[in-house]
Write a protein that binds this ligand. Structure first.
Ligand SMILES: *Cc1c(COP(=O)(O)O)cnc(C)c1O
Ligand code: SF4
Length: 339
C-alpha cells in the first residue's frame, strides 16, 4: 500500500473541497485580495477601478502560489486589477480578433482549415487581466444541448474538419455531465480525429482533474490534446504537476501556450525557466503569444522588436523542443502568424 502513502501526500499547496466548491469560494473582492497578500492600501483604489471593468476572480489554490507582500509577484500581476485598465489607448479595442465575424453556428468559431473552436463554457476559473475575452459577449455564446445541434450539424456536414477544440472562457468550467455528453456527440462524427481542450483550470484549480473528468476523457476514441495556459514557472507547483500526471495517464498529450507579458515573463531567464519547468511536468511549450491589443491591457504590452530579441536569446539557451513559437493572431489570417 505504499502507493497510497505517496498519493495522500499532496504537499502544502493542496486545497480542501471539490473543484466546484473551490471555484465558488474564489477571491472575488479586490480588498480581500490585497489583504490576503499583505499589500498596502495604496493598491486598493486602482484595484477597485479595474474590478469595475472586469471583476476579480482568483481561487485560493492560485493565491497560495503568490508571495505575500510583493506587489511585483509575477502571478499577482496577472490577477490584480490596476488603475491603468481604465486607460483608452489607440489600437487597443474591445474585440481585437474580430471573432464576431466567424460564427457559422452558435458557440462555434471556424477560422482555420481542419479545426473549429467550440465555446463550451462562458466562465473561467480565474480572471486574467490581459485577457482578450474580457469584453466577450458570453451570454450570447453559451449554448444549451438543443442549441449545440446547429454546431454539431455544421461539423457533421463538413468532412474537412478533423479536430474539435473545446474553448471558452474555460471549457473545463462546464460540468462533466455536459462535457461527457458533448464529447459523445463529437466522437460519433466519423471524420473527427482529435479532441483538443484549451484550458487554464488544471493550473488554477488542480483538483479539477478529478475522477469524473478522467472518466470521460479516458473513454473517448478521439486523440486527446490539452493545451494549458501557463505564463510563469511559479504557476507550476506540485499539485499542478500531479494534475498533469493524471492527464498524461489518461492518454493526453500536454502542450502549453503563454502570453508574453510586461513585468511577468518578459526576460530570457524567466522564459527559459518556464520551458524547463514545463518539461519537468511533462508539458511541451507550444505557443508564446504576443498580447492581443485588448482595451485595458496596454500596460502588459511588449513590442514586437523586443519580443523577437527575447526569443532569439532564448534559442541560445534551450534545446529546440523547448522553444515556444512566437506568434500573433491577426484577424482574417488562416493561422497564427509567426513573428
Ligand atoms: C488559435 C485558434 C485555433 C488553433 O490554432 P492552432 O494553430 O491549431 O493551435 C483554431 N481556431 C481558432 C479560431 C483559433 O483562434
Ligand atoms: S483563463 Fe484564459 S480565457 Fe479565462 S480570463 Fe484567463 S486568459 Fe482569459
Amino acid at each position: 500500500m505504499q502507493e497510497n502513502i505517496i498519493i495522500a501526500d499532496k504537499g502544502p499547496a493542496s486545497q480542501t473541497g471539490t473543484w466546484q466548491q473551490q471555484l465558488s469560494q474564489a477571491v472575488r473582492d479586490p480588498a480581500v485580495l490585497c489583504q490576503r497578500l499583505g499589500l498596502s492600501d495604496k493598491w486598493l483604489p486602482g484595484a477597485r477601478t479595474g474590478h469595475q471593468l472586469f471583476e476579480v476572480c482568483v481561487p485560493d489554490a492560485y493565491v497560495s502560489r503568490i508571495a505575500p507582500g510583493d506587489p511585483g509577484d509575477p502571478l499577482l500581476r496577472q490577477v490584480l486589477p490596476l488603475a491603468n485598465e481604465a486607460l483608452s489607448l489607440p489600437g487597443f479595442v474591445a474585440d481585437p480578433l474580430e471573432e464576431a465575424d466567424h460564427q457559422p453556428a452558435s458557440g462555434l468559431i471556424h477560422k482555420y482549415a481542419g479545426r473549429v473552436l467550440l465555446i463550451a463554457s462562458p466562465a473561467c476559473a480565474i480572471n486574467c487581466r490581459y485577457c482578450f475575452r474580457r469584453h466577450f459577449p458570453y451570454s450570447e455564446n453559451s449554448p444549451s444541448r438543443a442549441q449545440w445541434q446547429e454546431a454539431l450539424d455544421y461539423l457533421r456536414a463538413d468532412t474537412s474538419i478533423h479536430e474539435a477544440i473545446l474553448s471558452g472562457g474555460d471549457p473545463l468550467a462546464a460540468n462533466d455531465r455536459q462535457l461527457a455528453w458533448l464529447v459523445e456527440q463529437l466522437e460519433a462524427i466519423p471524420h473527427l480525429k482529435r479532441l483538443r481542450i484549451h484550458t487554464r483550470l488544471p493550473v488554477v484549480i488542480p483538483d479539477r482533474v478529478d475522477d469524473a473528468l478522467l472518466d470521460w476523457l479516458s473513454a473517448t476514441r478521439l486523440q486527446k490534446v490539452v493545451v494549458l495556459h501557463i505564463n510563469h514557472a511559479n504557476e507550476i507547483d506540485q499539485s499542478v504537476a500531479d494534475a498533469c500526471d493524471r492527464l498524461k495517464q489518461a492518454g493526453v498529450t500536454l502542450l502549453n501556450q503563454s502570453v508574453l507579458l510586461r513585468d511577468v515573463n518578459d526576460d530570457v531567464t524567466t522564459l527559459a525557466t518556464l520551458s524547463e519547468r514545463l518539461f519537468e511536468a511533462g508539458i511541451l511549450p507550444y505557443y508564446l503569444h504576443v498580447l492581443d491589443p485588448v482595451q485595458g491591457a496596454a500596460h502588459f504590452d511588449v513590442s514586437d522588436e523586443e519580443a523577437r530579441k527575447l526569443v532569439a536569446s532564448l534559442r541560445d539557451l534551450l534545446p529546440g523542443f523547448l522553444m515556444p513559437r512566437l506568434v500573433r493572431e491577426i484577424p482574417g489570417k488562416g493561422s497564427k502568424t509567426p513573428l
